[in-house]
Ligand binder design. Structure first.
Ligand SMILES: Nc1ncnc2c1ncn2[C@@H]1O[C@H](COP(=O)(O)OP(=O)(O)O)[C@@H](O)[C@H]1O
Ligand SMILES: [Mg+2]
Length: 503
């Protein structure tokens, strides 16, 4: 099946999310749609899937114009979509989820469980998409839930499968598995529209690449294109993929963590006797595989949990029992891992989020009154300085893309004088352009003399930014290495081995 988008324009108020986009998906190809966060990729695919009506342009299936009034029409035409946020029902089994809303599996008003299970097993065998048909979706890892979404689309005979940022939630291992599945599908004649902002993946799996920037198609490329070529096409200017930085000029200790232990409600040790120091003017990275106590350590550092034992001092002051508010007053900045839940109030405007902790303090308030004009002018300045892509400072924060939400949090945290900046997974879900920007701001903060704690599971990021690296394994700092350490050395510590390997 050949699919064509011709001159698709989609506007949200004054914002043009898709601007006269042309795109052809040939039968049996993996077509990558590459673009930064906010470029308009999801919008375009939602148009194709019948979720949005285009303001202009048309969709053609095998050269015949079609109109999709909803996803039902798109599915009937052979288009399937796996969204960025899965749409499965957690308390249902895999088979139940696959057959939901699936007319053919209904028999006399009841769902035909046996047939659904047979379909699931058959499809999962054919494409090597291993899933347990009877398991509850809630019990499955994210990577497996994604396979369920793919099976669901295939069980409706999708001939074009849209995958919206499918690798954002996967481990490197799961990403490799998904790529194998994508190739198997393509070899079986299914076309795939693979949405991503990750250059390495595009070059590895795509047959053709279309790049969109600010709603417009800016070019097509072959997978043989270099990472730099693709990056500059995507961002619209040459992009530096590595961070420029001078050696650290470490000053006084700003953070002193001594023997910190954190327990969960059942007394299980999550952070185990962790000690380290961070000086002003240096970036200390806490590296490690996800789930080795980094999140809990970070929460203790910013006063969200109280350690069972040990002490934390910021600039010589004991903070172990201070509230997050008191910490902010001390000059601690915090960019949390989960931006939308911990860093922003989604229903508040961008302008309000930019003064979230300061709205009751001068210059944003005098006495009991909020100074709306100062809040507004602050927002205009910050939005420009941090290049936040938003229709206006009055837009709700939740309507922004992930990268732009991150910029709002950074803009707020970095506009105060900081002694200590704590950033957790700062570029998770971000595109290259925003990533470069965030990295530069973190280094700039270090160069201004702040101590920086960078908690990251991305080894490339750790190696690119850190002046010293502590590697966490099972709640402990398994080892500390300097900026010159290799990925192999750090990898060994991440897997829990110390410098000595027993034969
Ligand atoms: N429902 C919506 N209402 C208003 N603006 C939206 C909506 N959906 C997306 N946008 C805006 O449209 C632009 C493109 O968004 P999106 O298609 O999600 O980008 P991408 O998927 O490439 O990250 C962004 O500026 C985003 O804020
Ligand atoms: Mg998107």
């Amino acid at each position: 099946m050949k699919l064509e988008l011709r001159g698709i324009t989609k506007r949200f108020g004054s914002l043009t999310a898709n601007d006269a986009v042309d795109l052809v998906v040939e039968p049996g190809e993996i077509h990558a749609l590459l673009g930064e966060n906010g470029a308009g990729k999801s919008t375009l695919m939602n148009v194709l899937y019948g979720l949005y009506q285009p303001d202009e342009g048309e969709i053609l299936v095998d050269d015949v114009p079609v109109t999709f009034t909803g996803p039902g029409d798109a599915m009937a035409a052979g288009i399937g979509m796996v969204h960025q946020h899965f749409m499965l029902i957690p308390v249902f089994t895999v088979a139940e989820n696959v057959m939901l809303g699936h007319e053919e599996t209904k028999r006399g008003g009841f769902l035909d469980r046996r047939r659904a299970k047979r379909d699931v097993t058959e499809i999962s065998r054919r494409y090597n998409l291993e899933v347990p048909p009877d398991a509850l979706v809630a019990d499955l890892p994210v990577g497996v839930q994604q396979r369920v979404e793919i099976i669901k689309a295939l069980s409706r005979n999708a001939q074009v499968l849209i995958l919206d940022e499918p690798t954002a939630v996967l481990t490197p291992q799961e990403t490799d598995d998904l790529m194998r599945v994508m190739r198997a599908l393509r070899d079986g004649g299914t076309s795939i529209v693979f949405i991503t902002h990750k250059l390495r993946e595009v070059r590895e799996v795509a047959d053709r690449i279309t790049v969109i920037r600010r709603g417009k198609v800016v070019g097509t490329a072959e997978p043989s294109a270099s990472t730099n070529e693709l990056a500059s096409l995507m961002v619209g200017r040459p992009v530096q993929l590595t961070v420029d930085k001078t050696p650290a000029e470490a000053q006084d200790v700003v953070l002193d963590v001594a023997g910190v232990t954190v327990l969960d409600d059942n007394g299980v040790v999550l952070v185990d006797d962790v000690s380290f120091q961070v000086r002003g003017g240096e970036i200390y990275a806490v590296a490690g595989v996800q789930g080795n106590g980094q999140t809990e350590l970070t929460e203790a550092l910013v006063g969200l949990t109280t350690p069972a034992s040990g002490s934390i001092d910021v600039a010589g002051q004991r903070i172990t029992r201070l509230s997050t508010d008191q910490l902010l007053d001390l000059g601690v900045g915090y960019v949390p891992e989960d931006r939308l839940h911990d860093g922003l109030v989604g229903d508040f405007t961008v302008a309000e989020n930019l003064v979230l902790d300061l709205y009751d303090k001068p210059p944003f308030a005098s006495g009991m009154a909020m100074n709306l004009r100062t809040i507004a002018s602050n927002a205009v300045e910050r939005v420009a300085e941090f290049d936040v892509r938003t229709p206006s400072p009055e837009a709700a924060a939740r309507t922004l893309s992930g990268g732009n939400q991150q910029k709002v949090v950074l803009a707020r945290e970095l506009s105060r004088p900081l002694k200590l900046l704590i950033v957790a997974q700062p570029t998770r879900g971000l595109d290259v352009g925003s990533m470069e920007f965030v990295h530069r701001r973190i280094v700039a903060e270090r160069d201004r003399g702040a101590g920086v704690v960078l908690v990251s599971t991305e080894l490339d990021e750790v190696l690119g930014l850190a002046d010293r690296i502590g590697v966490m394994y099972r709640g402990r700092i398994a080892g500390e290495v300097g900026a010159g350490a290799t990925a192999e050395e750090i990898g060994l510590l991440m897997a829990g081995s110390t410098s000595e390997v027993t034969p």
